[in-house]
Design a protein around this ligand. Structure first.
Ligand SMILES: O=C([O-])CC(=O)C(=O)O
Length: 160
């Protein structure tokens, strides 16, 4: 998938929403990624993230509202490798990751607010496919998200 979010914004100004006010770091081997939105809401517990990236993700992006916590990592190289195997286009986490040198070698987008060496807890908590909001944008399951080094945008329908 080859695109630039700036062009998608210019060409679809009437329907795109633009995430603002957040500083993203791109850790995955794929800088530009996008697809249908699947959401997880959790806090310092990556049970739903691990579980869902273990299912078919072709044409999809997992968007995670981790409450902005940088205290533990919601994804690392093992979970990300599994996501690649299952065809996920990318993961956007309002929270942290770890194993960043390994993530850079994987053919998947991984955008987070930062990294931290410690893994998250797993108490089987977290919600799947509910509307989540950060950076002024509500991510709705079934809508579309596109991300690159310029930022993150959403649209109610596929733009590519
Ligand atoms: O297992 C975890 O929770 C995170 C991690 O380190 C990995 O995905 O390799």
């Amino acid at each position: 998938m080859s695109f630039v979010t700036c062009d998608l914004c210019d060409d679809n100004a009437d329907i795109v929403s633009v995430v603002t006010g957040l500083h993203w770091f791109s850790y995955g081997g794929r800088a530009a990624f996008g697809g249908e939105i699947v959401t997880v809401k959790c806090f310092e517990d990556n049970s739903r993230v691990k579980e869902h990236l273990g299912t078919d993700g072709k044409g999809k992006v997992l968007v995670v509202d981790g409450g902005g916590s940088l205290r533990n990592a919601l994804i690392g190289d093992m979970i990300a490798e599994n996501a690649v195997k299952n065809g996920w286009d990318g993961v956007i986490i309002h929270g942290a990751c770890r194993d960043v040198d390994e993530l850079a070698k994987l053919d998947i987008g991984v955008l987070t607010l930062g990294c931290v060496p410690i893994k998250s807890v797993r108490r089987d908590e977290g919600q799947l496919n509910i509307d989540i909001t950060f950076g002024g944008v509500t991510f709705r399951p079934g809508e579309y998200v596109y991300a690159d080094n310029n930022g993150v945008i959403t649209a109610p329908r596929a733009l590519l």
